[in-house]
Write a protein that binds this ligand. Sequence first.
Ligand SMILES: Cc1ncc(COP(=O)(O)O)c(C=O)c1O
Length: 373
Amino acid sequence: MTDPILFFDLKSPARRLRADIEKRLMAILDHGQYIGGPEVTEMEAQLAAFTGAKHALAVASGTDALVIALMGEEIGPGDAVFLPAFTYNATANAILMTGATPVFVDVDRLTCNIDPAQLEIAIERVIAEGKLKPRLVIAVDLYGLPADYPAISAIARAHGMLVLSDAAQALGGGQGNKRIGALCEMTATSFYPSKTLGAYGDGGAMFTDDDARYERWSSIRWHGTDAAKKESIRVGLNGRLDSMQCAVVLSKLTIFEEELRARAAHAAAYLKRLNGKVAVQTGGADDRHAWGLFTVMVENRDAVMAKLKDQGIPSAVYYSKPLHKHAAFAAHAPAEPLANCEWLADHALSLPFHPYLTDDQIDRVSAAFIDAL
Ligand SMILES: Cc1ncc(COP(=O)(O)O)c(C=O)c1O
């Protein structure tokens, strides 16, 4: 009987860090500051240092991070917010929760991220229609690969718009000499347990270099109150992350760099074994993939998945439908088809991927996958 191959492995790091996490959680039971304890500010300081962003703010989830970022710019009815149609539904939900209009844009087949040329066309179209004000682009770093921030930022700047990075899947990645969190004006990430830096529950964080923006976010996170938390000075919400989840993230941070190195090594091992037999999500020379997921494109996806399953190998599809085809978002579908989003929805397949894979497991998955093609 060979060891089972897991798609994600959440138990190995828990086993490794158990004593440290227990110690940190016990310290919280001793000091009793369950909300706003020292773990929160300590985690924010470590995340700011890790990403290179001036400010990091802990929030309750990746979705809250997106919503607070949009609220902080007073995005609302009449505003157009551009996003790739090939992403998780939270990206679009956040826009609709503010009352703004999502404008779905096609992606690139190889990077799986928003296509800057299509973004430009979509912005020009909204301007020509004259109904909405183009305000902001949400670039998603799908599967851990940073979007093309130099190109996206140049387009946004030319139109007086801001860029928000939805890096829920990508903390630990980077571009050039910068890390995700410092690649554009605003970044939102998630600590959902299976993310590259996962908590043991929901959580998220936001990053910016701008002092005034950070103050607005801090206020919105705490019901829109002033610094003394007495007076409501704007509309806000309960977007706090509790001390216990921050303690878990602090513990996970002690092994994060090591886990990122393991992810990069496993991706290189898969690439070597798959050796040109299949298209793999690929970025540019300047990109550092965080390898949240390892995703390939296959023609006969259902058959490949079934054959892998027969060999006891899990695989998963992110995402089988582009957002503009979902009932909740269909009213905002563009008139033209988003051909690459639709193609990826039919072809993208993620293979088992986490820092605790062994060489033997990567060999077994690769051999079974090649066999299944
Ligand atoms: C691209 C993307 N955006 C946003 C989110 C939302 O994060 P959360 O689940 O922490 O609210 C997720 C996570 O699942 C995601 O994958």
